[in-house]
Design a protein around this ligand. Structure first.
Ligand code: URA
Length: 436
């Protein structure tokens, strides 16, 4: 078999066999197939697409490029969730302890932020000492011991995706349905969870810009999950404005802690209850999602979810004093409100620009490996549909220096559209794609 023949076959619109896909993926992962051939192949896939069968074989080949965790000796059902990425998305920090407190083990490998989106690993690293580099053995041992683990992706988890994703990023081949499906699902497969809830975001702060696009992606992943023997369901949720109020690593940890104490933004709480309920239903812990919402709300109300979060922090080396008293978390030296420039209604938000403002402040990275400042970020004070009063704070900026603050201020002002016409509030969810 030769890489060139596989590239030409896809270029000409033919279906690749499982063997050809596996040959290409394992060859590329080992370094036998160079980046320039992989780039040509990615573009051929981007332009020609893949059948469902090819997408499944690609996912399997990518999952098999590294270790596949078997968690069956830890628990019969292990839950996980995956967000396709957004602004202010601290849902994992709330939902994982809630679900674990309800008796369903949660084992999650997760990523760092890239571009305008935040990442759970970065958020957790705001807590001094918190380790996000657990080995697969540590992952399993902690899952068995306390029923919850959230760590970074281990080096050898779907390494094909690590290489391919970096190449897609610079070859204009990110937004391809089979490539996204296989990227996400190969990592989920390798992570070992058996009940997986996908939170597919849509809107100005998401990768998918229309509900139709997001639904197609979600449906393809749910179908693939079923074929691969995992219980997978998906929610298509709004990302046309930040989720909650806080955007930025330590600020988001603080907001998640508040949510675990029944405080904080109502949209975040409602979103988390729905996601947790879906996970509990998928795992067979409850009969349906309304029972799941009740159980999840109870776990928050009686403090079990909070205690689970605290146990997670302690187990992974985090200093619990910083979560017991979140005011001790990293805090930027400059705090400045941006007054609303006019009266009216908040009609629209460019959520990606809010994410970029946090990157401007140093809270995100433009390229992999850049250092970040956990203390900076933005608190938004209005939601779409709210009546805005001129001069009241539209957002509050947490910055480490004035130059960055000014840059972020411009972006934040441009990101908000205030007009005289009232608009309805945005929904939290558009669609649910149930487990099939
Ligand atoms: N998230 C992933 O992990 N992979 C993609 O291709 C897109 C979003």
């Amino acid at each position: 078999m030769r890489a060139i023949d596989i590239i030409e076959k896809k270029r000409d619109g033919y279906e690749l066999t499982a063997e050809e896909i596996d040959f290409f993926i394992q060859g590329y992962t080992r370094g036998d197939i160079p980046d320039y051939q992989a780039a040509a192949w990615l573009m051929a896939v981007y332009l020609r697409g893949m059948s469902e069968r090819e997408t499944r074989d690609l996912t399997l080949a990518m999952a098999r490029s590294g270790d596949i965790l078997d968690l069956s000796d830890v628990a019969p059902v292990v839950a996980d969730k995956h967000s396709s990425g957004g602004i202010g998305d601290k849902v994992t920090l709330v939902v994982a302890p809630v679900v674990a407190a309800c008796g369903v083990p949660v084992g999650k490998m997760t990523g760092r932020g890239l571009g305008f989106t935040g990442g759970t690993v970065d958020k957790l690293e705001s807590i001094p000492g918190f380790r996000t580099d657990l080995s697969p053995q540590e992952f399993k041992a902690q899952l068995a011991r306390i029923g919850i683990v959230i760590t970074g992706q281990s080096e050898n988890l779907a390494p094909a995706d690590r290489k391919l994703y970096a190449l897609r990023d610079v070859t204009g081949t990110v937004s391809s349905l089979p490539l996204i499906v296989s990227s996400i699902m190969s990592k989920k497969l390798a992570g070992g969870a058996t009940a997986i809830l996908l939170d597919v975001k849509v809107g100005s702060g998401a990768f998918m810009k229309t509900v139709e696009e997001a639904s197609r992606l979600a449906e393809a992943m749910v179908r693939l999950g079923r074929e691969l023997g995992r219980r997978v369901s998906a929610l298509v949720s709004d990302m046309n404005q930040p989720l909650g109020w806080a955007v930025g690593n330590a600020l988001e940890v603080q907001e998640a802690i508040n949510a675990l104490h029944e405080e904080g933004p109502p949209d975040l709480r409602e979103h988390c209850l729905v996601v947790a309920a879906e996970m509990l239903a998928l795992a067979g812990r409850v009969a349906d999602s309304s029972e799941g919402v009740e159980l999840a709300a109870q776990a928050i109300a009686d403090g079990r979810a909070w205690r689970k979060f605290r146990a997670l922090v302690a187990a992974q080396g985090g200093d619990v004093r910083f979560v017991d008293e979140p005011d001790r978390l990293p805090c930027a030296p400059i705090t400045e409100p941006i007054p609303a420039p006019t009266d009216g209604y908040l009609q629209k938000v460019d959520a990606a620009q809010i994410g970029m403002a946090v990157v401007d402040l140093g809270g995100g990275r433009e390229k992999k490996g850049d250092p970040i400042d956990h203390s900076v970020g933005v608190i938004v004070h209005y939601k779409v549909g709210d009546r805005v009063q001129k001069g009241t704070p539209l957002c509050t900026i947490y910055a480490s220096d004035r130059v960055r603050l000014e840059q972020a201020r411009d972006r934040l002002l441009k990101a908000h559209t205030i007009g005289p016409e009232p608009v309805p509030p945005l929904p939290l969810f558009y669609k649910k794609i149930p487990h099939q």
